[in-house]
Ligand binder design. Sequence first.
Ligand code: KIV
Ligand code: ZN
Length: 503
Amino acid sequence: MSKIFIFDTTLRDGEQTPGVSLNAQEKLEIAKQLKKLGVDVIEAGFPTASKGDFESVKTIAKNVKGVSIAALARAVKSDIDRAWEAIKYAEKPRIHTFLATSDIHMECKLHMTREEVISNAAAAVRYAKSLCPTVEFSPEDGTRSDVQFLYKVLEAVIEAGADVINIPDTVGYATPAEFGKLIKGIKENVKGADKVIISVHCHNDLGLAVANSLAALENGAQQIEGAINGLGERAGNAAIEELVMAIKTRKDYYNRFTLDINTNQIYRTSSMVSQLTGVQIQPNKAIVGANAFAHESGIHQHGVLNNRETYEIMNPETIGLKTSNIVLGKHSGRHAFEEKLKELGYTQLSAEELNEAFMKFKDLADRKKSIMDKDIEAILTESSVVVNDVYKLEYFHISSGNSFIATSTVRIRKGEEAVDEAACGDGPINATFNAIERAIGEEVNLVDYYLKAITGGKDAQGEVVVKIQKDNKFYSGRGISVDIIEASAKAYLNAINRMVSNK
Ligand code: KIV
Ligand code: ZN
């Protein structure tokens, strides 16, 4: 049996998803959840990219133990120093350094000769290895590189001390058979390849990232890199949940491989990443989409009722999707609430977190008759990340209809000061956003707005996710309420608070 290492890059390549920007607290929450999921390596960020990235990698290295923490660095000394500064606190630190090896990248981006690339890559690995016990090297754009030259680069970095060599399909260009052949060729022709771990990092531009990663495993790769929900540059990276469930579900076929993933944490991890990044999951997304276990046609429903396996190759409970019927309501007490939390797997809440969640639950129960599991999960994810609330919504009032102009009045508190403002708009949400902008004295550029019902039913809570932009940076905000205007106002202020805290 051979153990497959799962290298998660949700916090690095995943954060490069257009429009995604996570703060340090959110990254820490995700890293803790990735640890629960059981990934082997968490790539926490690219410390040279910004001070914020440096700080969040450092915080994760200090606080998330029992898992390897990697930081990305270009093949230059200053990047490697910065990466090491951030991850040296980790129990198992890893520097991941990279340099492009394709002709187009070397000529048009790096302006380096082949000889320079070989010597810079080897020097970077040697230097990283002098600081950090584990070093990974990636020849960027590996799949579009001249294969004989690629072999030479890999031999040089292995000689220099690399422990892991990661072959990226940077632009998602490879096809499965071709990629499998490339990995096999590396195993057979690169001197020292048997002494290192061969890893792959596939992008999804042609929708082949998962297939390419699996083909690589069949040809000797031992580590796969990917991101939760397939986040990442452009069309994203291989989706970790898909890779894991393919290997687990088809264990009859992938019988040589073992994984240390707790699949029952997949659904929770995916929801958390979606909520914190503000990137919605398409309903028909494999494994974690809302329809992944839904059966629409009568023939399918009939089959599933007789025997689930007629149309279901995975049990939803394997990924942690509970189909519990127990609902809570206004009369449920603290004991029932705590039991429900345990059942949902929230076993490590502090007394303060429990109190806060219980108060929110009671508040919701006054406004909504039946509280479903998803309502409770929404309450807990809302509380899990504390944003410095510079501005708070004290109240709002709207007047709207189809034959007159919508107006909204809000009171926003900033510390001791409360500001009342009113504004008109195209509808009640627009009017409320305008009133909030007046109250804070700043114009906000709203680039995305998304509303969904958390559960079914007419009294469902609405979840609003907004994205705002300032100086080329995006900030997402989330708000939930049984009232969608309130959810929208909360989401808007949540994004604004992130924006002002980042100043
Ligand atoms: O896609 C890529 O080539 C990368 C490298 C930095 C590994 O993300
Ligand atoms: Zn990548």
